[in-house]
Design a protein around this ligand. Structure first.
Ligand code: PNS
Length: 166
């Protein structure tokens, strides 16, 4: 167990079982975990920040050392505000590495004491993504293998309000 807080940042649009797996693993490593919803300028959001926070709070209910938060600004500003320096990100595919490498370097150039730790995805979640959830649900498909059971209906009602899941 490492002392102190770490931050798990993301868009969480919406949170998936892959995210929850990463958060649960971070909980085992650090005294406390802050899961923060940030804006990714290259993605157009689907769920509001309030909806994302509500879903995150529901899926992290069993994790008492997790705090859920949101921030409008740079990740570097947020970690300084919270007086921590450790950021955890998950890696699913080789394609993730390019993007994550660049982001970690930019962040560390802005705040040299910041460290990004990467956890390899648990193999069974390697194909799970928020965009897949949005797409499957948008066409009325079953998302129950991709998101925690407690938020399936909420996502379904929002993205496929007039239909029934197939
Ligand atoms: O879940 P995502 O979309 O991969 O998360 C990316 C996120 C939100 C962590 C990243 O876009 C981010 O840190 N956004 C806040 C703005 C910022 O600090 N950008 C990095 C410097 S260019």
């Amino acid at each position: 167990m490492l002392k102190g807080l770490c931050v798990c940042p993301g868009s969480f649009d919406p949170v998936t079982i892959g995210h929850v797996d990463l958060i649960e693993r971070a909980v085992k490593l650090f005294d406390g975990v802050i899961v923060v919803v940030l804006n990714n300028p290259s993605k157009r959001g689907c769920f509001s920040v309030e909806e994302r926070l509500d879903m995150l709070a529901k899926v992290c209910l069993h994790l008492p050392t997790v705090e859920v938060d949101s921030f409008d600004g740079f990740l570097t500003e947020y970690i300084q505000k919270r007086e921590t320096r450790i950021v955890i990100r998950g890696i699913r595919t080789i394609a993730d590495i390019d993007y994550e490498f660049q982001m970690a370097q930019i962040n560390r150039q802005m705040v040299p004491e910041m460290e990004t730790l990467f956890l390899m995805v648990t193999a069974q979640y390697a194909h799970v993504s928020s965009s897949a959830v949005r797409e499957i649900c948008g066409f009325g498909g079953d998302i129950s293998a991709f998101v925690p059971a407690i938020i399936v209906e909420q996502i379904h009602e929002r993205l496929w309000p007039h239909g029934r899941m197939q």
